[in-house]
Ligand binder design. Sequence first.
Ligand SMILES: [Ca+2]
Ligand SMILES: [Ca+2]
Ligand SMILES: [Ca+2]
Ligand SMILES: [Ca+2]
Length: 450
Amino acid sequence: MRCCANKCTGNQSGSVLVIVLWITFGIVSLALYFGQSASLELRAADNRAASLAAKFAIDGTARYVSYLLGNLSDPGTLPKIANYQQEQIQIGEAKAWMIGRDNQITTPSRPYYGLVDEASKLNLNTATVAMLELLPGMTSELAAAIIDWRDEDSEMTEVGAEDEIYLRLAPAYHCKNSPFETLGELRMVAGANLWSLYGEDSNLNGVLDQNENDGDVSLPQDNRDGRLDAGLFEFLTIYSREANTNSEGTARVAITGTGFAQRVAPLLQEKYGVERANQILGNTGPANTAFTSLLEFFVRSGMTENEFTNIETSLSITNGAYVEGLVNVCTAREEVLACIPGIGVEKASEIVAYRLANPDKMNSVAWVASVLDAAQARLAGRYITGHSYQFSADIAAVGRYGRGFKRERFIFDTTSATPRIVHREDLTHHGWALGRQTWTDLRQFAGMTQ
Ligand SMILES: [Ca+2]
Ligand SMILES: [Ca+2]
Ligand SMILES: [Ca+2]
Ligand SMILES: [Ca+2]
């Protein structure tokens, strides 16, 4: 019996031990769970704080850009890189970058930082179907559908699209029949798809990122040829326009229509004296000659480039309030220049080479006459300008330790005295856009400070 009692006591002690062990295990698990949860909560709060800091950095950088554009020493030109800060802009614990474009390089492997000139692109609302068709990645169907989308009528062009196409879609919608108000609207036009709009540049940073040059290993699909085959978003804008006033706010002198000589004479006399003014007007031909562009006026006037550049922003080819959609020949990339009649693929590379060799001339359209002959200049003139008044700031920012990545694009219009933000768009969903090196640098910095 004693033996049995001892055995029972031993069994009971064993059971108690197991229960105690289970309870201890439970308490430790709970402590670990709450510890882990608190740590995750802390991390999430830290990320939220970083992303808020990044957002404030973007807003701060946008204000900086607004100030910069409101105080340009040379209005109508893209600010020189040396004159402002465009990368690693420190705002509190956050840093911001302006993702730009180097229009002299077709396939950059690392981001270029700076403001982007919207007039360096083709204007979706004014480009002709022939010009649109020449863009890389464009099809004749999409080019025709773009014209049908923006024109008032519902008469379908041969390969285009009007209501009868859009109303058959699910969900159905109407053809717009009025100008594009955002570039993103292009997604709704028949024939547009991810490939035609983005090409290989899935994060729209103008850089050939690793996943954009690895074939099908990761999205997007790409041809792994070491070149960035950009989509239409890269080459198009809807914002380019010039006010029909000069930098002092006075109306420009229209050189179209009859009686242009009487209108231009006072300006020429004021700048260059009566004798020279008469010479210039003598060169331009009969008093009622109409010019289709400032470049044509320059070519026929026999003025020197300097003489013309001094009065260029006082002249205009319209009586309207604005001239819409001219391409800035001083900043446009080769693919855009190739779309312009009179320039084309043949002359586009010569234009780019001339720009590189003559950076000091890039505030006028006059130098183009050194690259094109008179007939080509006459064709090209009505589509080009030497000035820009709309700039985009594609601002990316990170908070503490490189966390909380955010990105927004702002379009600034400087045609009035105070720059206005005419469009603002969140691009964060396109993912990391600052290149591999910045990613590595930020991670290393985080490792050292954490
Ligand atoms: Ca239409
Ligand atoms: Ca890219
Ligand atoms: Ca890929
Ligand atoms: Ca490629």
